[in-house]
Design a protein around this ligand. Structure first.
Ligand code: ZN
Ligand code: ZN
Length: 346
């Protein structure tokens, strides 16, 4: 069963603008011709996990959610690290992410999987519509000129990192260009492609596969596998429930490596005021205690209606009654959800 989703002209893939990113997917194949020195795999792991950390700890938990604090120099260094990950500038990233939390899975959510899996994964990045930074959502970040500069010229640290990896390759191979290119293809380009797609899974897969502990108005899930490859971002239902927490793995077994590194940095006094989920947040809106789960209500309702269709051909007036019942039930669920607030988000 597939349904075609209409896209506005500015929501279609901007082939010209996206060409560098799309073509980048082919560059790791260059390693087939150059060979891959073993050190390339080390560079790949360092650049994958290192840059993932800058995105999760920096772009996401700090710039988008301000879930902990740090000084201005540290703030710049973390933004600089994030801007080497081919995910545009910190202010652009944070602004779009704040918008996602504000409108999760609603009509105007930028990357809801309800608008198609590929759309949520990368379609929204490849179109023109979201090129601009939504500055109105990030006045707290716009006041720093150094962040505004990085937001505009994120390509500079990007190119600098490519040059540095190639230079390191030349250094390690005694100036031999071909194996140095092998290090670049795998160390930089393969890690970048993997990093991009695992980050995107948080917008796509983690709103589709996994368990829901908390009733939220969106479709977010907790998924341990995604948590392992994204440094803890796979605890996405926890995160949508209480975005103000620096820590996203709420239980001891919910591995959240981004948080562990931040915890070490806090002991070194490089960052401070890491936020934990409060007792109240941990114990509110639990689905197993019967909290009405608006996020999955649509899915179960659609299933029930489909089953009805199966058993009898519904008359028009019955369909009308069902639509009214749907609206009334949803309104009541929203009312109940409002009566059991968690905590202010940030
Ligand atoms: Zn978030
Ligand atoms: Zn989400």
């Amino acid at each position: 069963m597939s349904k075609t989703i209409e896209r506005a002209p500015d929501e279609r893939v901007n082939w010209l603008g996206s060409a560098p990113f799309i073509l980048m997917h082919l560059l790791p194949l260059g390693a087939l011709f150059t060979g891959v020195p073993w050190v390339a795999w080390i560079v790949m792991a360092v650049l994958y996990f290192g840059r993932m950390w800058f995105i999760t700890a920096g772009y996401h938990r700090y710039f988008a959610h301000r879930s902990y604090k740090m000084g201005r120099v540290m703030q710049f260094l973390i933004a600089l690290g994030g801007s080497t990950a081919v995910q545009k500038g910190p202010i652009w990233w944070a602004a779009h992410h704040r918008h996602h939390h504000k409108h999760s899975d609603q009509e105007n959510d930028i990357h809801s999987p309800k608008r198609g899996f590929w759309w949520s994964h990368m379609g929204w990045i490849l179109c023109r519509k979201y090129d601009a930074t939504r500055t109105e959502l990030v006045p707290d970040l716009m006041k720093y000129p150094e962040l505004r500069w990085l937001n505009k010229y994120w390509i500079v640290p990007q190119v600098a990192l490519i040059a540095a990896v190639f230079g390191l390759g030349l250094l390690l191979t005694g100036g031999a260009i071909v194996p140095a290119l092998g290090i670049l293809f795998v160390g930089f380009f393969l890690s970048t492609i993997l990093l991009s797609h695992t980050t995107y899974t948080i917008n796509s897969l983690s709103h589709v596969f996994g368990r829901r502990r908390f009733a939220t108005s969106d479709t977010s899930r907790n998924n341990w596998m995604l948590a392992l490859i994204t440094g803890g971002e796979g605890w996405h239902n926890n995160h949508h429930h209480y975005q103000g927490s620096t820590r996203q793995g709420f239980r001891w077994y919910e591995i959240d490596t981004t948080y562990y590194v931040l915890w070490v940095l806090s002991k070194l006094r490089l960052v401070r005021d890491l936020r934990q989920p409060s007792e109240r947040a941990l114990n509110s809106r639990l689905i197993k205690q019967g909290a009405p789960d608006i996020g999955t209500f649509d899915k179960y309702w659609a299933r029930a209606v489909k089953a009805l269709h199966h058993t009898s051909d519904l008359a028009i007036e019955k369909k009308q009654q069902l639509a009214e019942l749907y609206a009334a039930t949803l309104a009541r669920l929203e009312e109940i959800a409002r009566e059991t607030p968690t905590e202010p988000a940030a």
